[in-house]
Write a protein that binds this ligand. Structure first.
Ligand SMILES: C[S@@+](CC[C@H](N)C(=O)[O-])C[C@H]1O[C@@H](n2cnc3c(N)ncnc32)[C@H](O)[C@@H]1O
Length: 497
């Protein structure tokens, strides 16, 4: 019987493709920690599930007495006891257990939203993990594991990759940087957990707890400069673990120098320097943000055909994946929005009223691809990002800028890896002013695209978009090689993000 077949028999959940780590990924993670195997070591899987890591550890020759396994679910533990390992039904996050040499596994990814466990244990969790923020179970499992590692002990987990750039995880990243040598980060193949049907992107992280870290001492700067992290960019499939196409070796100190201590993977040095050292951000030249949250779109919005040019209703530009540069919104909202605020103050919320009915830029808020469109005056906007400028030239230049491949790359690969685009992420994008000629060229091209789309929504603007990309690359002095990398990323964003 093949290994895969054998593993598939462990659990019915696995057969449905839910939750559990694919076997080849498990094998690769074991290879990452194998150099630290030694006589007398203790290895723990703290969220063992169907025991895929345990079976792979046993197969690799580890003595059962060296292996420890926890799960909160008694049903997972019972069958594992027969293997002669130390399997115990435990709440890893709250129960005590001895220090380990190696901790490996796939902890649960469950955000705090509708999380019954987190609600039930809020007080205890806050006390133990509140300093990194209670956003998702996986980050608490990482903190717990680091605390339970012996000095120079090693952790290898597969977790959601949101922790790399998301601002909620700033304190978590700080904790990692201050307490560990990060050995390796691999952006795992994005279809790995697709049996569970969500677009869950994951990363494998291997790290070593620093010597004398208790009670959490900082690593001396000199050592930080010497220690290099192996960074493996998004893999296409599990075959690529063996020979990954895009690998970097980067001193850990580079992560300290990123805004919000963002962890980058697969980003060229020149782009890293741009993000680390820029003096102006897009937020310094664009104002704006979110607008109206109706609390009930069904109640407050109408479709074009329903309002039939009624002047009491205006266009409503809300979040969603839309055409770049220009589109006609299918939604309408009552111009006298204030009356809804008065009638339903708890749910009908308004922000940034000073920009209502103004001409500006409206951005998509979800989806791997991000786009920005012209927002004609006289309309209202929703909880997506919207930007406003002091003059039309700035508006049209920034519309071209936001839709450029460079911004797509910065937004998706460096600033925030998730598929949500918030105003704050876009405001972080480094901004370099164009010269007069470059600015005038972009403005003219963008005006032409918008006008053409107003007359013909199917207008193809590929050639114009390419010209804008080139000008923006020139403004940022991006080398030919890096341009190619950016274009490749943008063309394959689903696979590479
Ligand atoms: C994503 S599954 C991982 C299963 C398996 N390790 C794998 O990689 O295929 C996560 C497991 O964590 C367990 N779990 C959730 N919360 C836990 C807690 N507080 N303590 C211990 N185990 C927990 C769940 O019961 C589930 O079996």
């Amino acid at each position: 019987m093949t290994n895969r077949k054998k593993i598939n028999e462990f659990s019915s959940k696995r057969q449905k493709g839910i939750y559990e780590t694919p076997y080849r990924t498990v094998k690769h993670m074991i290879q990452l920690v194998a150099p630290f195997f030694d006589d007398g070591i203790k290895i723990l899987d703290p969220a063992v599930g169907d025991g895929v890591f345990i079976h792979a550890l046993l197969e690799s020759g580890i003595d059962p007495s060296a292996i420890f396994a926890h799960d909160i679910d008694e049903l997972c533990i019972e069958p594992l006891k027969k293997l002669g390992i130390n399997a115990e039904c435990k709440d890893t996050l709250l129960d005590e257990y001895p220090k380990m040499d190696i901790i490996i596994g796939n902890p649960p990814f469950k955000s705090r939203r509708n999380n019954i466990y987190m609600k039930k244990h809020q007080r205890e969790l806050e006390k133990k993990y509140g300093f990194v923020g209670l956003y998702n179970l996986y980050s608490l499992f990482v903190v717990n594991a680091i605390r339970h590692l012996k000095n120079e002990g090693v952790l290898c987990f597969i977790i959601e990759d949101a922790f790399l750039t998301n601002r909620y995880y700033y304190r978590f990243r700080k904790f990692l940087l201050e307490n560990c040598k990060i050995l390796e980060i691999i952006l795992a193949p994005w279809r790995l957990f697709h049996g569970s049907n969500a677009d869950v992107r994951t990363a494998i992280i291997a790290l070593q707890k620093r010597k004398g870290t208790s009670p959490f001492k900082k690593m001396p700067l000199k050592e930080e400069k010497k220690h290099k992290i192996r960074l493996v960019d998004r893999l296409a499939n599990e075959n690529e673990y063996r020979n990954p196409p895009r690998v970097q070796s980067v001193p850990q100190i580079e992560f300290h120098q990123m805004p919000d201590l963002k962890f980058f993977v697969g980003v060229p040095k020149s782009i890293i320097r741009l993000v680390q050292n820029h003096s102006t951000s897009f937020g310094d030249i664009a104002k704006g943000g979110t607008g109206i949250s109706t609390g009930n779109d069904h109640k407050y919005l109408r479709l074009t055909e329903e309002v039939k040019n009624n002047p009491d209703w205006v266009g409503f530009y809300k979040s969603g994946k839309r055409t770049p540069y220009y589109y006609r919104t299918p939604y309408y909202i009552e111009k006298n929005y204030q009356k809804n605020v008065v009638a339903d103050p708890k749910n009908f919320l308004v922000r940034n009223e000073q920009f209502y009915f103004r001409e500006g830029i409206t951005c998509s808020s979800v989806g791997r691809r991000f786009s920005a469109a012209y927002l004609p005056s006289g309309n209202l906007f929703g909880v997506n990002a919207n930007f406003f400028f002091d003059n039309k030239e700035d508006l049209f230049f920034c519309l071209g800028f936001l839709n450029s491949k460079l911004v797509q790359y910065l937004a998706r690969k460096v600033i925030n890896r998730s598929n949500i685009i918030a105003t704050s992420f876009l405001k972080e994008i480094p901004f370099i002013s164009p010269n007069v000629v470059q600015r005038a060229e972009v403005v003219a091209i963008v005006k032409k695209i918008v006008k053409s789309l107003q007359m013909n929504p199917k207008y193809c603007f590929d050639t114009e978009a390419e010209k804008i990309d080139k000008i923006i690359f020139d403004v940022y002095r991006i080398s030919e090689k890096v341009r190619e990398e950016i274009l490749e990323f943008c063309a394959n964003i689903m696979d590479m993000a």
